[in-house]
Structures are given as C-alpha cells and as structure tokens.
Design a protein around this ligand. Structure first.
Ligand SMILES: Nc1nc2c(ncn2[C@@H]2O[C@H](COP(=O)(O)OP(=O)(O)OP(=O)(O)O)[C@@H](O)[C@H]2O)c(=O)[nH]1
Ligand SMILES: [Mg+2]
Length: 300
C-alpha cells in the first residue's frame, strides 16, 4: 500500500512578492486576497490540498514588514515567525522583477539556520530575463543555500502546480493527515467574507485609507429556506472620521460601489444570493491598540 504523506509548507517573503497568488495557484482557488498593493495579507491563512495519498497544508503569511510602524505590523511579523515553527518545508518567494530586493538580516539568518528543506521561488519570471534570474539565483544560493531554486510565474496556475507539487510531495514526510480530508482551510466563513470586503477596500481606495481599515462580520445568517438570501452585516473600522467620509463618498456613492462589488464576490464564494449591510465606525488608533487587535484576530 502507498504510504500517506502530510506536511506543512509555509510561504514567506516580502510584501507584494506574490505569496497569496501562489497559495491560490497551488490550491486552484481564490482563497487569499491578491492585490497590486503591498501589505495586503495581514494574517496567516492555511489552505489545505487533499489527495488520496497526501495532505499538504500551505500557509500564506503577511509580507515581512521591515520597519514596523504599528503594533499591527509587529503582529503581522509574528505570523511570519510562527511559519518557522511548524514548517516541514519553507518556501521563500521573491519578486524576480526586483532583483536587488533582500531581507533584513534577522530574517536572512532565520532562513539560513532553518533545519527543514527550503525552496527559493523566484516569482514573476514573465517580467524578468533569464540572465537576471540566474544572477538572483546565484546571489541567494551563495547567501543562504537552498534545496531547490525554481523560477515561476504564480499567475500561471497549471504551470506552477505542475512544477511545484511533485517537488513538494517529495520533500514532505510520511505522516497521517493532520486535518479531516474534506477540510480546506483553518479559517471561518466569516473570515473569508471579511477578507473579500477588505480586498475590495484595498482595490477601490487610495493611499492610507485601505491600511486604516479593518473589517468584521457581525452577523452571518444562513436562511432556513434555501431560496432566501443569506444575511450578512459587517462593520468597517477606520482610524479617523475623515476616512469614514471617504469610504461613504459623495451621496454614498463610494460605499454603494464597495457593497455591490463585495456582494458579487461573496455570492460567488457562498454560491448563494446575499443581502449585505455595511456599517462604518471610527476606532481611533486601532492599529496600536492591543485589545482591538485581539478582537480583530491578530494573535499568534
Ligand atoms: N506579472 C506577474 N505578476 C504577479 C505574479 N504573481 C503575482 N503577481 C502580482 O503581484 C501583485 C502582488 O501579489 P500578491 O499575491 O497579493 O502578493 P503578496 O506577496 O501576497 O503580497 P502581501 O500580501 O501584500 O504581502 C498582484 O498584483 C499580483 O497579480 C507573476 O507571476 N507575474
Ligand atoms: Mg498576500
């Protein structure tokens, strides 16, 4: 009988390197929010790939914050640190179109000293030349030493899967599954709904606004009659009153646009029609308030 393999494969890297895009490519699902903005992901999100003879638990993590400005950033880095604690395989992903990018020394040392197999993924190969890829690979190999170095384009889903899954499978140990085989994530439906809304805030609003928002789902009601709408009530917390006005927009145009876009994606996610109610509240300095952060799920 074929032995069963299971393992935790944790993805880390700088903001905007393509970690969430990679997680989604490997799972074939849009689980984690991807946007062109840095610091999109704020939590550690597990996505589980189940096969008959394997279970791979991938973790997306926030981009490493080099100079934390808020307690929230410290907690985001804490999520990245936790990815070193349970990894069977670590995947460090770089943006290949930014060949000079590096990591702060403490993170370089952590990767260098890690005792488990390490894969370097040079992402966005569509945006860079073969010569550049070789230079990047050489520099990182000398600096750290990886078990594998693989250039990828995480936006190419099937190619990424075909390249990475056999290698990952060869590196994870023989072990029974850690999660039930029908489980595909460690996060709740409410979490994903709040992330869909936050993802649209990231896309729709500029500058500091998206970084000042946190989204909580206060109510998620599944109807008794399957023909009825799901009812979702959500609060968007902002730092300042002026941000509340920006979110609402002229005669409510901005919040209406946000609600429509988010509802469309939530309906796809839940495969059901949805009634979405959005509220906005000002919660000053929430990014530095431990109690608020705990309430928003920023705990290791
Ligand atoms: N051209 C190109 N763009 C890519 C590729 N992979 C990711 N991107 C883009 O890079 C941007 C960042 O991708 P994300 O997956 O959100 O990056 P991330 O590392 O999760 O970012 P944070 O959560 O902010 O740390 C998005 O606009 C992606 O579409 C790739 O292979 N090629
Ligand atoms: Mg991300």
């Amino acid at each position: 009988m074929k032995a069963h393999k299971s393992g935790f494969v944790n993805i880390i890297g700088r903001p905007n390197a393509g970690k969430s895009t990679l997680l989604n490519a490997l799972l074939g699902e849009r689980l984690s929010v991807e946007t062109p903005k840095a610091q999109t992901t704020r939590h550690r999100i597990k996505g589980i790939l189940n096969g008959e003879h394997y279970q791979i638990i991938f973790s997306d993590t926030p981009g490493i914050v080099e100079n934390p400005s808020y307690e929230m950033h410290e907690m985001m880095n804490q999520f990245v640190k936790s990815a070193f604690e349970d990894a069977d395989v670590l995947m460090l992903i770089l943006d290949g179109s930014r060949p000079k990018d590096s990591l702060p020394d403490e993170w370089l040392d952590a990767v260098k000293n890690a005792k488990f197999p390490k894969i370097l993924l040079i992402n966005k190969k569509d945006l860079t030349s073969m010569e550049e890829l070789l230079v990047i690979a050489d520099r990182w190999q000398k600096q750290i030493g990886f078990d594998e170095i693989i250039p990828i384009s995480a936006i190419e889903k099937s190619e990424t899967q075909a390249k990475l899954l056999p290698i990952i499978n060869s590196l994870i140990p023989e072990a029974p599954p850690y999660y039930p085989k029908d489980q595909w994530t460690d996060k709740s439906t409410r979490f994903f709904i709040s992330e869909i809304i936050r993802g649209h805030i990231m896309k729709q609003f500029k500058e500091e606004v998206p970084y000042s928002c946190e989204v909580v789902v206060d109510e998620f009601k599944v109807p008794e009659d399957t023909n009825d709408l799901y009812r979702i009530r959500s609060t968007i917390f902002v730092n300042r009153k002026s941000q509340k006005s920006i979110l609402i927009g002229k005669r409510g145009a901005a919040i209406k646009k946000l609600g429509t876009a988010a509802r469309y994606d939530i309906e796809k996610f839940l495969d059901n029609r949805v009634y979405l109610e959005l509220h906005i509240k000002v919660l000053e300095k929430w990014r530095d308030n431990k109690q608020s952060l705990r309430r928003f799920g920023y705990e290791g």
